[in-house]
Design a protein around this ligand. Structure first.
Ligand code: G3H
Ligand code: 13P
Ligand code: ZN
Length: 332
């Protein structure tokens, strides 16, 4: 058993309380590779932002669970080396789907876990979340649970249809589970295709899709029921159209990729939404830079040559999110 405290990591408790009070949100960036980790830490240090580094089950399968855990420990030391003496970095399990997976992460030094029982019947979701909370809280590890189902077809946690969170359930759910934060469904979804063209209108000038707005009425109802309680938004990539255009220009094929407009995420950040999950935008930033580099330098084959601009492009994106969308800069 390794405590996250020994690794210099923090849980989400104080971070979320400050974010809800201060009207900003903490970035929760997924990472699978060293370059993503480096870009996240560099961005957080340069902007003096707290940050959640999250690992999905898919990331553990891809990179190896132990390696990712040591990378997060390395992230703390790297932040110090970059001039941040007291970084606030959370190592979070994203979309844990069993008690055993959550326990394994807690036992190996994660400071926060998500138990995602959102696809289960209500009572089963509560029972599973409570079991994880009871274990996690013994070690001061914070727990995110989810109520409501996000649509999404691109990752391991996909569902074909979304079901908005029912505000009338949130008090009972949070009290009976004892969770520290609640992920809700108000129209976001995972991946780079968050809406079908039929759900959108089209900008007559650019031909780009304009998505429907998030269900802010549901968010506000939830806030009224749970004043000051930390709310989490998954599926919050904005799918930057310049990155999509670069990918398409250099051989990619992402027609009609569309995300959540940043103004809406900015608005949500000012509310009880205090954690915003972003993964796809990092994937797009990395892929756009690599495709462009390789197309322009067909004779190069050293991965460092194309991973360097990829890392720079991700860092630029992370800084933009922190400063211009979530407002978590200068909050250390
Ligand atoms: O919410 C899901 C995250 O984007 C992680 O995706 O399961 O493909 O690693 P993944
Ligand atoms: P995106 O696919 O919108 O980046 O969502 C990521 C996420 O919710 C991770 O849990
Ligand atoms: Zn998610």
């Amino acid at each position: 058993m390794v405590s996250y405290k020994e690794l210099g990591l923090v849980n989400t408790k104080e971070m979320f309380a400050k974010a809800v009070k201060g009207g900003y949100a903490i970035p929760a960036f997924n990472f699978n590779t060293m370059e993503q980790m480096q870009a996240i830490v560099q961005a957080a240090v340069e902007t003096k932002s707290p940050v959640i580094m999250q690992v999905s089950k898919g990331a553990r399968n891809y990179a190896n669970a132990t390696i990712l855990r040591y990378m997060a420990q390395g992230a703390v030391e790297y932040a110090k080396e970059l001039g941040c003496p007291n970084p606030q970095i959370v190592l979070h399990l994203d979309h844990g789907d069993t008690f055993e997976l959550c326990k394994d992460c807690i036992d190996m030094g994660f400071s926060s876990v998500m138990i995602d029982g959102s696809s289960l019947p209500y009572e089963e979701n509560i029972a599973l979340a409570k079991k994880v909370v009871d274990y996690a809280h013994q070690y001061d590890v914070t727990v995110e649970a989810e109520l409501g189902v996000l649509a999404g077809v691109e990752d391991e946690v996909s569902s074909a249809v979304s079901h908005y969170t029912k505000p009338e359930e949130v008090i009972d759910f949070s009290q009976r589970t004892g969770c520290d934060s609640l992920a809700i469904s108000i129209g976001t979804s995972h991946g780079a295709y968050k809406f079908t063209p039929a759900q959108c209108t089209r900008d007559p000038k650019t031909g780009k899709l304009v998505p429907p707005p998030l269900a802010f009425d549901i968010l506000h109802e939830i806030e009224k029921k749970l004043p000051g309680f930390p709310i989490v938004l998954h599926g919050s990539s904005s799918v930057p159209q310049d990155e999509v255009d670069t990918i398409n220009k250099f051989g990619g094929k992402l027609p009609d990729a569309v995300g959540i407009p940043e103004e809406q995420l900015r608005e949500a950040s000012k509310s009880a939404v205090c954690k915003i999950n972003i993964d796809s935008d990092s994937r797009l930033a990395m892929t756009a830079a690599i495709r462009k580099y390789l197309a322009e330098n067909p004779s190069h084959f050293d991965p460092r040559q194309y991973l360097k601009p990829a890392r720079e492009n991700m860092k630029k994106m992370y800084i933009h999110k922190i400063v211009n969308v979530l407002g978590s800069n200068d909050k250390l």
